[in-house]
Design a protein around this ligand. Sequence first.
Ligand code: ADP
Ligand code: ADP
Length: 244
Amino acid sequence: DDLLHVSDLHKAYTAPGAAFRQEAVVKGVSFSIAEGETVGLVGASGAGKSTIGRMIAGLEQPDSGTIKVMGQDILALKGKARRQALRPIQMIFQDPYESLSPRMTIEQLVCEPLVIQRLYSGDKRARRELVREALAEVSLSPDRYMDRYPHELSGGERQRVGLARAFIVRPRLIVADEPTSMLDPSLRLDLLDVMKRLRQRHGLSYLFITHDIALTRHFCDRMLVLEQGVIVESGSTDAVIDDP
Ligand code: ADP
Ligand code: ADP
């Protein structure tokens, strides 16, 4: 089975207070991601990329279609069973600052997903060890970072904290929604290197959402091109980029 199989996904938003749904922003999207594969989802702003990412990560409900994670039909499940089936998928965002509570230390922030998802109820020391391990995986020295706060970190460091929060849950697929777009160009490749190393060491897959096609050349095996909610092109990254 594929790690992720998405078929005929549709989504329209309803404006608050409006009687009718607006025009669909995702219109019949289908694709699969195999174990270890890195797939770029590219397209202009407003094309529907984030909406697709959020639906896959369980943060948004599709109107119709199927999402299978390791063979399990997510939309047919509810409550705890759904959360468990979705656990292999974690998401990172454009601006990690938004998801990092300013009053929590980096240790607490990286530990938070374990606490929220009730993944680990062991003793403090064992939990701290998992946090240290996750920080080391994203090249942040645990001794230097555990006790600091998000505002004391650079944008690139905060993004790596976001990645550590995703990694600590031991996902198989990370949905990365424009993770580099708020970083300086020199730091973009650093973050991609950290993501690549997680892929090499743990066989992680990625759905890499970006409007920057050039970045996919550094990172993605395969690419899906989205236009107004429809996949208009897909194939190996080189083939799609070189296609005039
Ligand atoms: P992309 O990630 O490609 O920029 P999005 O999925 O963010 O595209 O948005 C697709 C369309 O859906 C846009 O027109 C956007 O304004 C609209 N949209 C996104 N989120 C919402 C929302 N929560 N409510 C209403 N409209 C939304
Ligand atoms: P101490 O009292 O030794 O400073 P804390 O109470 O700050 O320890 O945290 C104990 C453990 O629980 C740590 O591993 C920390 O990461 C985690 N933790 C504490 N508060 C939270 C929280 N609000 N969300 C997630 N994890 C937390």
